[in-house]
Design a protein around this ligand. Structure first.
Ligand SMILES: [Zn+2]
Length: 278
């Protein structure tokens, strides 16, 4: 079916107590691996492109591939802009056919974050697309950065002002954490969700303990981002294959990488409770 607006995926997940996986995709094979796995599990799914990906591959190419792949998929798929940089990129994404937007103004002054989020929300509203914002600051493993938990008071005020559809929060979760079991502050999550009442988004989903993910979903988390886990698994798979100096079958790697991605997506969709919800 054609790409659907992220709004229906988010509101259904929020209402029925599960989370939709938002899988970062970097190329045609990752798009296809995610969609075929979602289809196999009859799960709604979000594919998203982040800023690191967009540095290497044109947004228009990725969007065209995602649009066509979704058409050939039986489950609802939304295409999401992850960590959008501002109004201009939001408009570019809308033109390319994205159906869900994030603006990350978490490094800005609160008043500037509110002003730009409002502007993007106004454009997105006219097309029935949801906007995700971020408050607090997550940072990335391995990069020097200040960690700032999301303030519940600020979150409540921000959501009232901007009318955003979902909010990415910092609860101890961190980008690019791999092979770790990071505990998140689930009480803090509960307070933020009680005060805002909107779907909460967890970034850095790879590093969070599975039990915490399940509890977080019962406390308002409706979208969980996964990127690092399958990128690292892909690298590890390639490393083990290429360690054999006699290996030179380029095309053998492609289905193997797809299967590596599918294995992770399958496990996440089951963990998030979205299987059978398409
Ligand atoms: Zn993120």
């Amino acid at each position: 079916m054609p790409l659907v607006s992220g709004t229906s995926l988010l509101t259904n997940a929020h209402k029925h107590g599960y989370a939709v996986g938002a899988f970062s995709v970097d190329h045609i094979d990752s798009i296809d691996a995610v969609l075929r796995t979602a289809e196999e599990l009859e799960s709604p799914v979000i594919i998203q492109t982040g800023q690191a990906t967009l540095k290497h591959t044109r947004m228009s190419y990725l969007a065209a591939a995602a649009i066509q792949a979704a058409k050939e998929t039986k489950v609802p798929v939304a295409l999401h802009l992850d960590h959008g940089t501002g109004f201009a990129q939001a408009v570019q994404a809308i033109r390319c056919g994205y159906t869900s937007l994030m603006f990350d103004g978490s490094r800005l002054e609160l008043s500037d974050n509110i002003a730009i989020t409002k502007q993007i929300k106004q454009a997105a509203d006219s097309l029935g697309l949801p906007v995700e914002a971020e408050l607090g600051h997550l940072g990335t493993r391995g990069k020097e950065d200040i960690y700032q938990l999301t303030s519940p008071e600020e979150a409540e005020w921000f959501v009232k002002e901007t009318q955003v559809d979902s909010l990415a929060v910092a609860l101890g979760n961190i980008h690019a954490a791999y092979g770790e079991n990071i505990a998140i502050d689930l009480d803090h999550l509960q307070i933020i969700h009680d005060r805002t009442g909107i779907p909460i988004v967890l970034h850095g989903g790879t590093g969070i303990a599975e039990q915490d993910i399940q509890t977080a979903i019962t406390r308002g988390v409706s979208k969980i981002n996964i990127a690092t886990e399958w990128r690292r698994a892909t690298l590890e798979h390639m490393r083990s294959r290429l360690a054999d100096r006699g290996f030179n079958d380029f095309f053998a790697l492609i289905p193997e990488i797809r299967e590596t991605i599918s294995g992770i997506v399958r496990r996440k969709i089951k963990l998030f409770g979205s299987a059978g919800k398409a």
